[in-house]
Write a protein that binds this ligand. Structure first.
Ligand code: ADP
Ligand code: ADP
Ligand code: ZN
Length: 215
């Protein structure tokens, strides 16, 4: 089961990836999470990536593709994988196809979560996540039982530094220019499945589950 989950920032990729992971036991590979971990560790790659992330720009393709290639070559990806936030450019999609062909496999389904821009702004403004277990909440749409505290582990909830209004606007621009063309790329491959992401998370997942069960 080789799955890509795409959509603009704030569409609910991470939220749906958590549901998918529970129903289908495959590794969840989020390039955003990998970059945030590298930033926290202050590795050379992390310090490089941080400049782009803070500006709402994409980390350069050569860096990003290298990170993903290495992760996909690990043994746990043999049974399948869920790629979240990668590819985000045409060169990344082409590199992915090449790597998978070498491994004798391919992308089976590209899930595209569609959400209108105004909703995305509201979602990102309210997004907080656990500093310990990374669970994502929303102060407006999906609040924790106790303000500022993770339901699952009691960790502190924090806002991402790139979820401020200016950076969000940049990220949506970047999405429209660089990532949106992937919709046509996967449409042509016959693997694109678009779901309406402007509904309750459980309803969005019901559609995704049906698509994945039919693979
Ligand atoms: P969101 O969940 O808001 O879509 P992510 O957590 O996926 O954002 O990504 C956060 C940031 O990490 C991006 O704005 C970008 O700077 C960087 N990043 C993540 N994935 C990629 C990628 N595939 N290519 C380039 N940069 C990426
Ligand atoms: P992405 O990974 O695509 O950037 P997230 O999964 O982090 O998106 O979701 C962005 C924000 O919107 C989070 O605060 C999350 O709790 C909230 N959210 C996710 N899905 C929904 C939904 N279907 N309805 C309302 N809010 C949602
Ligand atoms: Zn937690």
């Amino acid at each position: 089961m080789n799955i890509i989950i795409m959509g603009p920032p704030g569409a609910g990729k991470g939220t749906q990836a958590d549901f998918i992971k529970e129903a289908f036991p495959i590794p969840h590979i989020s390039t955003g999470d990998m970059f945030r971990e590298a930033v926290a560790k202050e590795s050379a790659m992390g310090l490089e990536a941080k400049k782009y992330m803070d500006a709402g720009q994409l980390v350069p393709d050569d860096v990003t593709i290298g990170v993903v290639e290495e992760r996909l070559s690990q043994p746990d990806c043999k049974k399948g994988f869920l790629l979240d936030g990668f590819p985000r450019t045409i060169p990344q999609a082409e590199a992915l196809d090449k790597v998978l062909a070498k491994l004798g496999t391919r992308v089976e389904v590209a899930l595209n979560i569609a959400v209108p821009d105004q909703v995305l702004f509201d979602r990102m403004a309210g997004r907080v996540s656990c500093s310990n277990c990374k669970t994502v909440y929303n102060v407006k749409f999906n609040p924790p039982a106790k303000e500022g505290v993770c339901d699952k582990c009691g960790g502190e909830l924090i806002q991402r530094s790139d979820d401020n209004a200016d950076t969000v606007r940049n990220r949506l621009d970047v999405y429209n220019r660089q990532t949106q063309p992937l919709i046509e790329y996967y449409e042509k491959q016959g693997t694109l499945k678009t779901v309406d992401g402007n509904r309750d998370p459980e309803d969005v997942f019901r559609d995704i589950k049906r698509i994945l069960e039919s693979l």
